[in-house]
Design a protein around this ligand. Sequence first.
Ligand SMILES: [Fe+2]
Length: 386
Amino acid sequence: MVQRYTQLCPVAFGTGAVSTTGDVAKELGLSKVLVVTDENVEKMGHAQKVVDSLKTAGIDPVLFNRCEMDAPDYTVQAGADLAKSEGVDGIIGIGGGSVLDTAKAISSLAANSVDVAALLDFSRKMMPLENPSLKLILIPTTSGTGSESTIIAVISDTKNHEKIGAITPPSFAIVDPELTLGMPKAITLYTGMDAFSHVCEALTSVQPNPHSDILCYDTIERITKWLPIAAADSMDLEARENLALASNNAGIAFNDAMVHLGHAIAHSMGATFHIPHGIACALVTPVILELTAPVYPEKVKKIGTCMGLTIAATDPQKIGREVADNLRQFQKQLGIPTLQELNISREQIIGCTDYVANEGLRFLCPVPATEELIAASLAKIYDCYQ
Ligand SMILES: [Fe+2]
């Protein structure tokens, strides 16, 4: 079988990389840019570093700090309106996953004459807008989504309570681990487990490839080793460097290999219960490993090996159970909350079945995701992690 893989865009990686933003923007031929962020990232001084670097390079910055969690459609519209009225020729997103996704959608909308509702309609049909997006530089301040190296922006359709994937390729990613120093423990954990889920699903989707596989296994090793250290000491730079690299590599990996049923379920949980994406990902990943072990026993076994486990089992189902149980234990030790602790009942989680059944990502699961299987997987999240 012929398998395709690529690296979507150049990446500048390393401590202090944010100070090169102006040079990168210049390389891309930009003269006036919209710097997309949120109030929190602005308060931490990260957006100012971007603004300073742009000014030094002779590029005119316009600040938009109104991003919100889960990238709601109205913030995309507000940012695109500002981009158009200011006549910018590029967009820079600096922040967590929601900020980067908002910046991505703004770059699409700012280059076209339609509104955000039309962008979401086009995205539902997997159709591009008429004009290509404005040039887009993405700078993550968390280590989780890998959004800086993927073509998908997950936008919340606030009228229909849906999360829609809009396609927008970034032009350049700047990954500076220093920006993640001091991140609160909870955000460190949730974002880290989001990246972990990306690679578990990329390894077990219907379209894996050898390039993504290599990045995925490396990501599992790094997260297993460094996430507990980063959670214990928010200022450990070596841990932050490893998690930043893991998250970016995970993004590159799943941009080709894709995620599948785990993220269909995580999106349903996010849209229904408004819980952080990373918690939903963490809770569903063991279930996905058990589900796909019969299809990919050697891969799931290797996931376990990368987690430092010695898996003696040879039966695929036993391999799946062993790796899944160890992952649940790892998450328990880190403090990932259970559904009960989140006040979500068994009935409520099974109630997400319809949402998941209408999520396109489920088709990338190597086991046919029937309604029965979806309901059983949702129940398992509740039953197996208490
Ligand atoms: Fe994710």
